[in-house]
Design a protein around this ligand. Structure first.
Ligand SMILES: C[S@@+](CC[C@H](N)C(=O)[O-])C[C@H]1O[C@@H](n2cnc3c(N)ncnc32)[C@H](O)[C@@H]1O
Length: 283
């Protein structure tokens, strides 16, 4: 135990509180500010997710926010406890450890940012949970074909991959590793519910295209947060539906989170309203 404590010294305070499950760690309020100018041109697409303050932000959410009511409801209604699950863009494991707590035992969780996986592994060791964490890029997964019953790409992670072609490549990879009729569950922002500071999405595109090279497609923006700025693609409903159809996924259900669920202040401060998609691989 002492070794575990030493290994986790950086996050020990939060882990202690988490284990006691009694207090909430204070942190600055992270509300996406779409109006702040940012220039991501000097950054690679995933620089933000590798920064220590970003890892710390997600680590605190893993400890203090956990699974949202909406996520839990979707997971429990769609997945059985014996399913082989792949979580993409797992960050420090906010959803992953929530899955384990719900009784799911066959969990593989991946993220492109090594710092996120290192933090998740610290928690995995401290909690003695047998979750398989590894660094993977969703656009080129190392897994065999048809090995997972379901894939989850939570909290808009799929839309944080720059360029439409790369997002489609990730979808092709997810399709490849899913078993027949496997489920792909994810969330996106939505142009209908996302504040567009420059009036229209066309104006938004010309604003960002001249500043950030990866902001290339309509709906691409750079989001400034107190911890730095990052890329996000804000799709339309029809765009995602078409992309899914082209890649032989059927939409079983889709809804805006706040239309169906009332989340805690903690969750609302962590994540704005977004759209859930529950889809199924067609053969
Ligand atoms: C918004 S964070 C969500 C983290 C975690 N799922 C949560 O909800 O707290 C999105 C995550 O997706 C990861 N990500 C982005 N592009 C990725 C890719 N191509 N492959 C795997 N992970 C990726 C980022 O590194 C980041 O950790």
């Amino acid at each position: 135990m002492i070794e575990v404590v030493r290994a986790c010294s950086f996050h020990l305070f939060y882990l202690a509180i988490w284990d006691k499950n009694s207090k909430t760690v204070r942190r600055k309020r992270v509300k996406i500010d779409y109006t702040t100018e940012s220039n991501g041109s000097q950054q690679g697409p995933y620089t933000y997710f590798s920064e220590p303050q970003t890892v710390d932000h997600y680590f605190r959410a893993t400890a203090n926010v956990g699974l949202w009511t909406s996520e839990r409801a979707v997971i429990e209604s769609c997945l059985s406890k014996t399913d082989a699950l792949l979580e993409l863009g797992c960050g420090t494991g906010r959803i992953t450890f929530g899955l384990h707590k719900l009784g799911y035992r066959d969990i593989t969780a991946v993220d492109v940012a090594p710092g996120m996986i290192a933090a998740a592994l610290e928690v995995n060791m401290a909690l003695e949970t047998p979750i398989r964490f590894s660094v993977e890029d969703a656009t080129q997964l190392s897994f065999d074909n048809e090995v997972f019953n379901a894939a989850i790409f939570g909290f808009n992670g799929w839309m944080q991959i720059p360029y439409a072609r790369n997002r489609e490549k990730a979808l092709e990879e997810i399709r490849r590793v899913l078993k027949p009729h496997g489920l792909f569950i994810f969330t996106t922002l939505d142009q209908d519910i996302t504040l567009c500071p420059h009036g229209t999405w066309e104006n938004e595109a010309s604003h960002w295209q001249s500043r950030v090279p990866s902001c290339f497609d309509l709906g691409d923006i750079h989001i400034a947060t107190p911890d730095g700025s990052h890329f996000m693609h804000v799709p339309t409903f029809l765009e995602i539906r078409k992309l899914l159809k082209t890649n032989s996924f059927e939409v079983l259900d889709t809804f805006l989170r706040d239309d169906r669920f009332v989340e805690s202040h903690n969750v609302v401060n962590f994540a704005d309203n977004l759209r859930f998609w529950i889809t199924q691989k067609q053969n």
